[in-house]
Ligand binder design. Structure first.
Ligand code: CO
Length: 211
């Protein structure tokens, strides 16, 4: 093990000691079960650590992260997380968190080759194309990136709601809301994009599962 990793192990021991001191019995409690009330789907970006920015402790939020916080209907990873969170953990709120200055969204705006990730990010180009008109008045790259970061959040919120998992939960009467927020890496502030969806009739008819 190199010194950098050894340092992480030391950091961890210090953290575990301090955390157990501040929260007596916490590890014994967490060892028995997890009962998080939220599912967080965010970007892998190291500057957007879920628990830290929303002030939650271990055990309080179930987390999935990938490049550019994409919810793709053929991605078994995100679907498995979503199903477990909804069916087993029975979370009441799903938070889709994007962030300004997202490298994935920026890459999608470019016409360069970045590797395999270009295929993953292609849906963001699709989203740009679908919302092309909204970019008409936008005259600089920063604004363009900010807008696409926001539109990506809106799209992924819809994708979550279109999934059979969320549709089935709503049909069975389960209380579940999906929220879209965006984080500013330059100021640490989380902004609600006000696109919360809480029921089946809020999604377009073609996606609605019949009871
Ligand atoms: Co990102």
């Amino acid at each position: 093990m190199n010194n950098r990793i050894k340092q992480l192990i030391v950091n961890n021991q210090e953290w575990a000691n301090r955390y157990a001191e501040e929260h007596p019995g916490i590890f014994e409690k967490l060892a028995k079960q997890q009962k998080p009330e939220y599912l967080w789907i965010g970007c892998s970006d190291s500057r957007v650590p879920a628990n830290t920015i929303i002030g939650l402790q271990p055990g309080e939020v179930f987390v999935h992260r990938n490049i550019a916080n994409i919810v793709n209907h053929s991605d078994l990873n995100v679907l498995s997380v979503l199903e477990y969170a909804v069916k087993v953990l029975k979370v009441k709120d799903i938070i889709l968190c994007g962030h300004y200055g997202c490298g994935g969204v920026k890459a999608a705006l470019e016409r360069k080759e970045h590797g395999l990730v270009d295929n993953w990010l292609r849906v963001i180009k699709d989203n740009y194309r679908a919302n092309r008109k909204q970019f008409d008045g936008v005259d600089n790259e920063q604004e363009e990136l900010d807008l696409l970061c926001e539109l990506n959040v809106v799209e992924q919120v819809k994708n979550i709601c279109h999934s059979t998992i969320v549709q089935s939960a709503w049909l069975s009467g389960q209380q579940l809301s999906v929220h879209g927020v965006i984080y500013g890496i330059e100021d640490g502030i989380l902004k609600d994009l006000d696109v919360t969806i809480s029921s089946i009739d809020q999604v377009e008819a073609i996606y609605q599962l019949e009871s």
